[in-house]
Design a protein around this ligand. Structure first.
Ligand SMILES: Cc1ncc(COP(=O)(O)O)c(C=O)c1O
Length: 457
């Protein structure tokens, strides 16, 4: 077995990490060895709070007995067999459970293995749906500015975060970008005015182009990767109405928000919105194994259902689709949601988080704090009053995340937004301690900056 030093060395020599400038990694390498509850441990034995649920996945903490047992039990039977042309027990049972908990009207589960693939499938489903119905010309998509749906090219094509997506412009298919109601920066500061303006733009785009649009993609309630941007109340409902009015399918991406994260089982439930297609991943297995799903209405499913010779089949699949180990742990995850009343717990603990976060408001360099349930973005700004950002090249958010690591907590910032998305099982004491670390890290980094750059307030 490799020693800690050997692992660090090998990681630098052989690995290429996702969303990571390897030059940064070389300076601050980290190898995780184990986890327990909300804590992670590295190969030197240092413990860290998992303050971002290992990239927004973890629900019940690490090494949750019921989830570990579900995998062991499934292992005694089989690890994997294909879903191409056949099914298996856990995938079938999980499909039924998903249909029972997702919004009424969604009836069919198509599995894959990551959030991005669940979105790819949603796009292909929507595109082919119109073709199968012999309605020509509906080939494009509408997406929200700053939307993020994953990193495969289809998902990137309906994404609109400049930093991640601009470079791939020529690889992308064309999408219409409409404004997302970014209330925090709207000159009026009024959610209703901001919402109405965005809806007006969307309506205009639909009016002019609905005949060329297959579907609209949107993250449910909270734009995650954009920096945790919360929608004003009623926006999603209005988007649903407009899509229906203009005969455009609504794809709601619940990859980040699904499974209790925002204080409802799905973020759509905050407004009782029923999409035509919903994508889920991340928390589906409690953060254990890579299973995702694209869930559609019966109407969409029926457009693909015909004799083979009519070529209406959805020609899409992945080798590990419907993996038994993943589906078995997802079933155990859903059992825990019921048994431990996770959604109600999240609602109750969200108020606690909100109250604890007030102590960050007093910091000079904290701008907006945006929260929906266990999904929090803490924005760092150079000027509190005007919300003027720090120069991006300074990477203040990154510096704060490294300082948090030194203080015993892991997260990944989104630019200068500190992400706080702990496992849903976090206790109030754990939450309090994590927020204390965030505060200390922000103070340490900004104080140090003041001494080097000078106060820029
Ligand atoms: C809203 C949303 N959709 C899709 C994805 C992509 O999921 P994955 O990383 O599992 O491909 C993410 C990932 O953060 C996400 O936040």
């Amino acid at each position: 077995m490799s020693t800690h030093d050997e692992l660090i060395q090998k990681s630098k020599e052989y690995l290429w990490l996702p969303f990571t400038q390897m030059k940064d990694y070389e300076q601050d390498p980290l190898v995780i060895e184990s986890g327990e509850g909300v804590m992670l441990k590295d190969t030197e034995g240092n413990a860290y709070y998992d303050g971002f649920s290992s990239v927004w996945l973890n629900v019940h903490g690490h090494r949750k007995k019921e989830l570990d047992d579900a995998i062991r039990t499934q292992l005694e039977k089989i690890s994997h067999s294909t879903l191409l042309g056949m099914t298996n027990r856990p995938a079938t049972e999980l499909a039924e459970r998903l249909i029972n908990i997702t919004p009424e009207g969604l009836t069919r589960v198509f599995y894959s293995d990551s959030g991005a693939t669940s979105v790819e499938i949603a796009l292909k489903m929507a595109y082919q749906y119109w073709k199968n119905k012999n309605i020509e010309g509906k080939d494009k998509f509408i997406t929200m500015k700053n939307g993020y749906h994953g990193d495969t090219i289809g998902a990137v094509s309906v994404g609109a975060v400049d930093t991640f997506h601009r470079i791939y412009e020529k690889l992308m298919f064309e999408s219409f970008h409409v404004p997302f109601p970014y209330v925090y920066r709207h000159p009026s500061g009024d959610p209703d005015i901001c919402k109405e303006e965005c809806l007006k733009e969307l309506k205009k785009t639909l009016e002019n182009h609905h005949h060329e649009i297959a579907a609209l993609t949107i993250e449910a309630m909270m734009q995650g990767a954009a920096g945790m941007i919360l929608m004003p109340d009623g926006f999603l409902t209005e988007v649903r109405k407009l899509c229906t009015e203009y005969n455009v399918l609504l794809i709601v991406d619940e990859v980040a928000t699904g499974f209790g994260r925002t204080g409802e089982m799905f973020a759509c439930d905050h407004e009782g919105v029923v999409p035509d297609i919903m994508t889920v991943g991340k928390g589906l297995t409690g953060g254990y194994l890579p299973i995702a799903a694209t869930i559609s209405t019966e109407e969409i499913y029926e457009a693909f259902y015909d004799d083979y010779i009519h070529m209406k089949t959805l020609f899409h699949g992945h080798s590990y689709t419907g993996n038994q180990l993943g589906c078995a742990v997802a079933l155990a995850n859903l059992d825990l949601f019921e048994r431990e009343n996770i959604v109600a717990q999240v609602q109750q603990k969200s108020s606690f988080i909100e109250a604890e976060l007030t102590s960050l408001h007093e910091l000079d360099y904290v701008g907006d704090i945006r929260q929906l349930g266990f999904m929090v973005g803490i924005e760092l700004v150079q000027e509190k009053e005007t919300k003027k950002p720090f120069p991006w090249e300074e990477r203040v958010g990154y510096a704060v995340s490294l300082e948090m690591r030194r203080l015993g907590m892991l997260t990944r910032p989104l630019g200068d937004n500190i992400v706080f998305m702990p496992p849903l099982s976090s206790s109030e004491e754990e939450i309090r301690e994590m927020i204390r670390i965030i505060k200390e890290a922000i103070q340490n980094v900004t104080t140090k900056r003041e001494t080097t750059v000078g106060s820029t307030k």
